[in-house]
Design a protein around this ligand. Sequence first.
Ligand code: NAP
Ligand code: MG
Length: 405
Amino acid sequence: MNKIKVKTPIVEIDGDEMARVMWHMVKDQLVLPYLDVNIEYYDLQLKKRDETEDKVTLEAAEAIKKYGVGVKCATITPDKKRVKEYNLKKEWSSPNGTIRAALDGAIFRAPILAKNIPPAVRSWKKPIHIARHAYGDVYNNCEYRVPEAGKAELVFTNKAGKELFRGTIQDFIGPGVIQGIPNTDKSIESFAKVCFTYAYDHKLDVWFGAKDTISKTYDGQFRIIFEEEYRKNWAAKFKEAGLEYFFTLIDDAVARIMKTEGGLLWACKNYDGDVMSDMLGSAYRSLAMLTSVLVSPQGYYEFEASHGTIQKHYYKYLKGEKTSSNPMAIIFAWSGCLRKRGELDRTPEVVEFAKKLEEAALKTVENGIMTGDLILVATPDPKNKQVYTEEFIAEVAKRLRKKLK
Ligand code: NAP
Ligand code: MG
């Protein structure tokens, strides 16, 4: 069989622990045998980040900017324990944070839907994608423990030193707390742009919820910018594609999400997105059935799985035990990356390969062959069988080979 040619190099970012073990199985058994692809490889395993003083992470981000599309394995974000475990020079910051800052992107998550793994919410028939604004709000806050009675004010002074605003937050009659949170028009505009772009690409309606009845200025600014971006650049295209943009209050959005059929992109402010993506993840039954893609306003893409490095499984693996870790999200990170690469290169045969790889993986689960995380939540069937990771991948490979004949 002739290998399918991928025109532009793909940026591959390797990671840590069990995710890394599965990563190589997927790449060696489901991707490389079928594709003639140039890979720009960056090894972000923790030891390598430490050796290069984390330069390798920045180089990986630059490579995505150069080539446009990358695929990333989960990596350890070190804490005190990991510094000891790996004898690190310091507690390096999160590679995802570093790459996100370099690409100025937003994160989109989407479920992988298999017919026999029904979501916890029965009305959901089509996928609900979620976008989290990755800047501002409480994540960039300034907060203070008020120790005693006194006045708290919000003050803004411009660069020239002129005070433009002063407002009372509270006249405290005793101890309490205060917090100030920022956002910028530029960041909200980028977020709006990537949300509409992503939704248009995937043929999804866009829902955006905020609390602009209470927070008329802060949340109000999100509403204004989203509406402006939609009106200027998307309204006509959306109408033509039969799509719509829908703004509502965040609490109303949450209530409606539970009753919708799905097939939409839910755009969330930073904190809402943090909370709601975890809710969506568990409603879709397994972290391994959730994919994630970082999209930048310049049109760079980085695909990954939503789960981490699965530390507990890795320690078993190191002891020589077999594990039933689920590689679905890793497979879909590769297929997502290949599909996007094929679209940008205008090579339909690469897009077609990505589709077949996804079909083969889904078919395996739908045939009842699945890993431990799914067996308990799958629709009961005597055919259902729990397998180890290697066996699962071999079953996907078998189905893929058949499809490619
Ligand atoms: P995790 O890797 O997401 O795993 C948490 C638990 O979820 C696992 O112990 C396992 O549950 C289940 N799970 C997750 N993925 C699974 C899969 N593919 N198949 C089967 N079960 C799966 O989170 P963690 O173990 O708490 O974090 C480990 C490391 O990952 C941390 O160092 C963190 O910094 C890093 N992390 C990286 C990223 C990223 O790079 N994108 C994201 C999150 C976390 P059971 O043990 O019950 O089977
Ligand atoms: Mg969270």
